[in-house]
Design a protein around this ligand. Structure first.
Ligand SMILES: N[C@@H](CCC(=O)N[C@@H](CS)C(=O)NCC(=O)O)C(=O)O
Length: 213
């Protein structure tokens, strides 16, 4: 049994959808960020940096959304969420997941939380403006990646990195140049969005993503 600690629209979205894709039994524990529950002593024992998500699995308690996604994908090879460990495709899978989490997600963190990185309103505004450009250029780059062969990051094969990409794409929805404004990115988002597991995750988290409107 897995337990996912989450908050609506948080970095839990990809792991949450993966748990549904896998079909394994799991519990959800809501961490109310508005009420500051992520800073409580009890939650800090689970996630010492006061962030969501975290995953409990037996005696294991772990955090970092990409690591959780990888753990789930590897524990359930039958779900086909990650290429075989020794296959060349696995190298690319690792590349995309690492790039998404350490580069694109980080730009998005700068945009949402410049206050985590630098002091002073003017400096924070500057960091946010710069992040906006870097996010746009990341999704422009991925538009090329997804154009050929596409439609997924591994080409014809859907995998857990597509869930992570979908989460990062969703987070740009209120940015001046959202991810879905790039046609091949939009095609990937639409395909992932239509997956029953993703639709269930979005509905369970109470999220509406009407990028097709
Ligand atoms: N690198 C971490 C980042 C997690 C993270 O920053 N989560 C946000 C929600 S998306 C959070 O918990 N924020 C708490 C806050 O705003 O104080 C991961 O991917 O798991």
């Amino acid at each position: 049994m897995y337990t996912l600690y989450w908050a609506p629209t948080g970095a839990n979205m990809a792991a949450h959808a993966a748990l549904i894709e896998i079909g394994a039994p799991f519990d959800l524990v809501l961490v109310d960020i508005d009420k500051g529950e992520h800073r409580s002593q009890a939650y800090r024992k689970i996630q010492p940096h006061s962030r969501v998500p975290a995953l409990r699995h037996g005696d294991l308690v772990m955090y970092e959304s990409a690591a959780i996604l990888l753990y789930l994908a590897d524990r359930h090879p039958e779900a086909g969420l990650a290429p075989d460990l020794k296959s060349p495709e696995r190298g690319l899978f690792n590349q995309w997941l690492m790039h998404l989490t350490n580069t694109v997600q980080e730009h998005e963190m700068h945009w949402f939380h410049p206050d985590f990185y630098i002091e002073g309103a003017a400096m924070q505004a500057g960091l946010k403006a710069h992040a906006e450009k870097r996010i746009e250029s990341s999704f422009r780059y991925f538009d090329g990646v997804l154009a050929e062969p596409g439609p997924y990051l591994l080409g014809e094969r859907f995998s857990a990195v597509d869930l992570f990409f979908y989460m990062l794409g969703f987070w740009t929805r209120r940015m001046p140049r959202p991810a879905f404004s790039f046609p091949h990115v939009r095609r990937q988002l639409a395909l992932v969005h239509a997956r029953p597991a993703v639709m269930k995750m979005m509905s369970d988290e109470g999220i509406v993503f009407d990028f097709a409107a």
